[in-house]
Ligand binder design. Sequence first.
Ligand SMILES: NC(=O)c1ccc[n+]([C@@H]2O[C@H](COP(=O)([O-])OP(=O)(O)OC[C@H]3O[C@@H](n4cnc5c(N)ncnc54)[C@H](O)[C@@H]3O)[C@@H](O)[C@H]2O)c1
Length: 275
Amino acid sequence: MKKNIFCLDSDVILLTGGAGLLGSQYTEVLLESGATVVVFDINAESLNTLENRFSNMYKNKIFTYKVDITKESDILNAKDEIFNKINKYPNVLINNAAIDPKFDNSSNINKSRLENFSIDQWNLEISVGLTGAMLCSKIFGIEMAKNNKGVIINVSSDLGVIAPDQRLYKKENLSDFEQDVKPVTYSVIKHGIIGLTKYIASYWADKGVRCNAFAPGGVFNNHSKDFLDKIEELIPMKRMANIDEYNATIIYLCSEASSYMNGAILNMDGGRTII
Ligand SMILES: NC(=O)c1ccc[n+]([C@@H]2O[C@H](COP(=O)([O-])OP(=O)(O)OC[C@H]3O[C@@H](n4cnc5c(N)ncnc54)[C@H](O)[C@@H]3O)[C@@H](O)[C@H]2O)c1
């Protein structure tokens, strides 16, 4: 075992959705822990910002690729590019990318509601949150299995364990059928990714590949007072997470510190899912 079991300096970590809110936090803390970080994201502008922020301080340690993880050909092309550049494949994969659906108030039909939910929106969100995670696991997991060593982390949510409490999104003066809701896709994806985790955790366990799900609670991101008042009542710790409070957990899950953890769902939500 390594002297510092949290050290990641021999690891190449692929992070999907790494240019987003939490992904950029994870990128920073993984770089600080010595990892080589490969970021896939569909948003070229955010990727550029990320690369500019870290490439000077962490020379030849951060590689960003504009990849749509719903497209197998995009992932395979990037896989070849990674190998050509660093002569190895990632030994850790964090399936973090997701579509964060915004409430759309542009029409009087509320599209977030189950009774109005379109098949196109369903397909789009599932294709990123589930299909994309499966494709990345398949394409990079096979290399980990051949190498007899690897870690896959699937990012779920507290809402991968419990149902959303739709009262959180409720507004005064709207009828029940006009109220915004957390969409059905969120629950299905975040529960589904736990199924993917258990599948992979048993599938490649004898090939040295561990797979765990991380189920974080909501992160404070300038939410309205009304929302905060309501959600704090649902969380025993009476607050949302701070943006950096998941960083150490990500290091733990990627590193040898979690060497006997496989197929677990790691909840970290201020206690929301216990009540
Ligand atoms: N922020 C929270 O409060 C919270 C709480 C629980 C779970 N989560 C989960 O954590 C993860 C990160 O959340 P976040 O808040 O940073 O979200 P985010 O929306 O800021 O980041 C997601 C990233 O995924 C990228 N992405 C979307 N579609 C893609 C595609 N087809 N190919 C490649 N990249 C794509 C986006 O461009 C974005 O940069 C998500 O899985 C989310 O569901 C977040």
